[in-house]
Write a protein that binds this ligand. Structure first.
Ligand code: UDP
Ligand code: MG
Length: 304
């Protein structure tokens, strides 16, 4: 029988795990006679009781596999570790907080049988999330789409089902700054959405702090687009034109407004620093690639 590995990244989710576990285990019944279901929980350096709870699950059932990281390496690294330890024919990625309904994995599987290697969950509504989160997510996915040649689906997180072909392609992509929801479409396999309304978190608070959100967003943009560099060029052209205009004004109008000149100098310097930051983002990423550190460090593994 073919197998399905369900990858669940976990960071401080003690209040969700029992319920998540219950809903995920029910999938075994749903997939009965179709796929054998395994679970790979990746504990991303949780400081609460998540590790204890997961280790207990794994002790009772050898099809529940646990990877414990030595510290918090981030959601994308947790998913990466899950993918690198998976050997199933199908792989599903799902959050631990039940915002993504586990039951939808079956619909994704059925859709994949129509000939798709990637079936992603596309969010129609996001229940009970803050206006800030909804607005930033809405803006981010659309900005990214306008900046990338690649067709990265909007309103789509990492909740998806992929086949082993896609998993193997992802495992060959060794980049350090990982934006999995962009890397999956990059592989080029046929994809289709299934639509769902995103539930509210079962319990606890979001584990995506503002700084983690910004890191994910910048990895999305800088790993998949060179548009920011074109933007610097466009700014350079605009500034060259402005400086020529100022030159003419000064020559023909005896222009002596010192404050405007100071303003122009400050403004131009700020733009230069801004441009340097954009270049710095690419250089820092080259530096990280050159260092070639492992993506994560594993403290221990259970049933793997
Ligand atoms: N997560 C993780 N490491 C982190 C942050 C989050 O493994 O550093 C996990 C978290 O436990 C959850 C998933 O990633 O399973 C998505 O996180 P969360 O639900 O907090 O994000 P949100 O849905 O609010 O964007
Ligand atoms: Mg969530």
């Amino acid at each position: 029988m073919k197998t399905l590995d369900i990858i669940v990244p976990v960071f401080n989710e003690e209040s969700c795990l029992d319920e998540t576990f219950k809903r995920l285990l029910a999938l075994r019944e749903t997939f009965k006679n179709k796929l054998k279901v395994n679970y790979i929980f990746v504990n991303d350096g949780s400081k609460d009781k998540s590790e204890e709870i997961l280790n207990q699950f794994a002790k009772e059932d050898k099809n529940i596999k646990v990877i414990n990281f030595s510290r918090n390496f981030g959601h994308q690294m947790a998913v990466t570790a899950g993918l690198e330890h998976s050997c199933g024919d199908y792989i599903a990625i799902i959050d631990a907080d039940l915002q993504d309904p586990p039951e939808l994995i079956y619909d994704m599987y059925e859709k994949s049988l129509e000939g798709y290697d990637i079936v992603y969950g596309k969010r129609l509504k996001r229940k009970k999330e803050t206006i800030f989160k909804k607005l930033t997510a809405w803006g981010f996915y659309r900005t990214l789409k306008s900046m990338c040649k690649l067709d990265i689906p909007t309103d789509t997180g990492d909740f998806r089902l992929i086949t082993s072909k896609v998993r193997d392609a992802l495992n060959n992509m060794k980049e350090k700054h990982r934006f999995i929801r962009g890397m999956v479409p990059w592989t080029g396999f046929r994809s289709a959405p299934v639509y769902f309304n995103r539930d509210e978190r079962f319990a606890g608070e979001t584990k995506y702090s503002l700084s983690k959100m910004l890191k994910l967003a910048s990895d999305g943009i800088f790993s998949f687009s060179y548009k920011p560099i074109d933007f610097i060029f466009a700014l350079g052209v605009i500034f060259a034109i402005i400086s020529l205009i100022l030159l003419f004004v000064m020559i023909f109008d005896d222009f002596e407004e010192e404050w405007i000149i100071s303003f122009a100098i400050f403004f131009a310097s700020s733009i230069q620093l801004f441009a340097m930051n954009i270049l710095g983002q690419y250089i820092a990423r080259i530096y990280d690639e050159a260092k070639d550190r492992p993506l994560y460090v594993i403290k221990n593994k259970i049933n793997l």
